[in-house]
Design a binder for this molecule. Structure first.
Ligand code: HEC
Ligand code: HEC
Length: 392
């Protein structure tokens, strides 16, 4: 419908193109017309192309032929600070919730708790066991090893989790504060009880003192969540080559990587879901990823909403730092980015509930390489985190 409107005959279409051009010049792609969730990025890039043609050649003659966006056009867009399709952008400042402001002491306490295995029932598992600084704040395994059993899901990275609108593959937790309180008590993970954790923290004078200083009271389980969340908000990765490019460093990406970015927002239409500064729509989609691991079936988001449309849907993960956080997908079924891209190229897996946005892409081998080269530019400056001294 949109394509027909934009590529049809003059004059009605001419007026639409002129209006679009004005919208681009003054509002960029932030215009509500382009920021609707339902809009795929594919039409966005076509509208963009049409608008540019209008500027350069006048509104009179427009061909039906699709115009391929070039690296030069992309560079111009970035230089003029216009939003990219899918509103891909450099990583902004970390959002801090008003009810849990950052303080240095709170971050330090959160870091100690994050690394302290004594918060687990048998004293040998910490957050850092499955979200390790040496392994991209994930664990490098297809699926995590929990309390004496293999878990059904892959450990997602804590890098940039501060930007997630919801936590977990099925989005069952609304915040970092809430999320951090889960694994300590989960039978399959750190397998502890709230009473034990509080008794342990009270038994260590240095911990008691830290909690008193930061929160003005004795150790409290909600405060454990708050401190860990504050620490996690420092685990972010700005300054990836992509960010530097978006900030005007035109050579931060090679021509091949730029072609990969163009594919990401056009032919491969990855930015339909991997959008915004953190490359996620914070929504859930069923790609029909093959089932592997100890679970017979993982219904994903359905477990939370009990809504049939959510069967087999998982949260769109960020693709930032993707070189550090494999294996890939909620169950770690793919080991390499090549396998992931081949999977998308064939149109995902087989499932009646598969998201219609996932369809065969007909990418050439060269295009697949470009797409992967682009994704590799999303690895940013890594936080330098050393194992802290644990209070005795
Ligand atoms: C036994 C391994 C293990 C331990 C220990 C563990 N996690 Fe996780 N973590 C996982 C797995 C697996 C998931 C995904 C589970 C799911 O989605 O159902 C996850 C999910 C998360 C997420 C959500 C990220 C996202 O993108 O959705 C955060 C944040 C997180 N963990 C932080 C922590 C913190 C903080 C601790 C310590 C209090 C912790 N984890 C302990 C394995 C672990
Ligand atoms: C319909 C929305 C959608 C589209 C389109 C899409 N993705 Fe995804 N992507 C997801 C979801 C959802 C997952 C997790 C699926 C799962 O685990 O079941 C995912 C997972 C990934 C992962 C693995 C990340 C990790 O940490 O495990 C990569 C890499 C990835 N996508 C890249 C791409 C590329 C490249 C494209 C374009 C060819 C693309 N995606 C298109 C939604 C999408």
């Amino acid at each position: 419908m949109k394509n027909r409107l934009l590529c049809g005959g003059f004059p009605r279409i001419g007026w639409i193109a002129i209006v679009l051009t004005v919208a681009f010049l003054f509002e960029g792609l932030k215009h509500p017309l382009f920021s609707s969730e339902a809009d795929s990025t594919l039409p966005e890039i076509k509208q963009l192309t049409v608008a540019q043609k209008t500027v350069t050649r006048g509104a009179k003659r427009r061909r039906k032929k699709k115009v391929k966006i070039t690296v030069a056009m992309l560079d111009d867009l970035v230089k003029s600070k216009q939003a990219l399709p899918g509103r891909l952008a450099a990583l902004p400042e970390v959002p801090i919730p008003p009810d849990n402001p950052q303080t240095e002491m709170k971050i330090a306490l959160g870091k100690i708790l994050y690394f302290d295995p004594r918060l687990s029932s048998d004293g040998d598992m910490a957050c850092s066991t499955c979200h390790s600084p040496g392994l991209g704040f994930a664990d490098g395994m297809d699926r995590s090893m929990g309390f004496r059993e293999e878990l059904g899901r892959h450990s997602p990275t804590v890098l940039n989790a501060a930007y997630n609108k919801v936590q977990f593959w099925d989005g069952r937790s609304p915040s970092l504060e809430d999320q951090a309180k889960g694994p300590i008590l989960a039978a399959g993970e750190m397998n502890n009880t709230e009473e034990n954790v509080i008794a342990f923290l009270n038994s260590i004078p240095a911990y008691k003192k830290l909690f008193k200083t930061v929160f003005g009271r004795n150790p409290d389980y909600d405060d454990v969540g708050k401190a860990i969340a504050s620490f996690e908000r420092t685990i972010v990765t700005p300054n990836a080559p992509f960010d530097r490019y978006m900030n005007g460093e035109m050579n931060a990406l090679s021509p091949k990587e730029k072609r990969g970015l163009i594919l990401f927002v056009s032919k491969a239409s990855c930015s339909q879901c991997h959008k915004g500064p953190n490359f996620t729509d914070d929504a859930f989609h069923n790609l029909a990823v093959p089932q592997v691991g100890p679970l017979k079936e993982d219904l994903g988001r359905f477990n939370v909403t009990k809504d049939d449309k959510d069967r087999g849907a998982f949260k769109t993960p960020t693709v930032r730092n993707i070189t550090l956080t494999g294996p890939y997908m909620h169950n770690g079924v793919f080991t390499t980015l090549k396998e992931v891209v081949d999977f998308y190229d064939q149109g995902g897996g087989v499932d009646p509930n598969k998201d219609p946005k996932v369809k065969p892409l007909n990418l050439t081998d060269g295009e697949k390489e470009e797409l992967i080269a682009f994704m590799k530019t999303l690895t940013g400056d890594q936080p330098r985190v050393e194992f802290p001294l644990l209070p005795q």
